[in-house]
Ligand binder design. Structure first.
Ligand code: FES
Length: 115
C-alpha cells in the first residue's frame, strides 16, 4: 500500500485498545484517506485496511468490535469470515485463503504509530 501518512504518525493510544482489543480509525488526507484498524495481540499490535476481501465492506458492526467473541481472531460481521490477527490471513469464510491488506504499525511508548 502507498504511504498513508508520514512514518511515526500517531494513530491512537495503546490504551485505546484495552476495551475491545482493537480500534478503527481514519488516516491520511484527500484521496489517500483510508479506513484502517489496529488490533492488539499480547504485546504485539497489527494494522489492516478495514475492508473485507470478500466484498470490500468494513469488518465491524459496532465501533471497534473486530475481534471474534472467543478472541484470537479478527471477525467480519457481514458473513463471518475469520482472519488470523498476526497476518490477516482468512482461515474460514467466503474469502478463505485471501488476506486483509496490512498497514505497518508499531508501538512507540504509549502510542500506536505508523511504521
Ligand atoms: S463481507 Fe466479509 S465475509 Fe462477506
Amino acid at each position: 500500500m502507498n504511504r498513508l501518512a508520514p512514518e511515526g504518525t500517531i494513530l491512537c493510544a495503546l490504551s485505546d485498545l484495552d476495551a475491545t482489543g482493537a480500534k478503527g480509525l481514519f488516516v491520511g488526507e484527500g484521496e489517500a484517506r483510508r479506513n484502517i484498524f489496529v488490533v492488539r495481540d499480547g504485546d504485539a499490535v497489527f494494522g489492516y485496511v478495514n475492508s473485507c476481501p470478500h466484498i470490500g465492506v468494513p469488518l465491524e458492526f459496532e465501533p471497534d468490535e473486530f475481534i471474534s467473541e472467543f478472541g484470537g481472531e479478527i471477525l467480519c460481521s457481514t458473513h463471518g469470515a475469520r482472519f488470523r490477527i498476526e497476518d490477516g490471513y482468512c482461515v474460514s469464510g467466503p474469502c478463505s485463503g485471501d488476506a486483509l491488506e496490512p498497514v505497518a504499525v508499531r508501538v512507540q511508548g504509549d502510542d500506536v504509530v505508523l511504521a
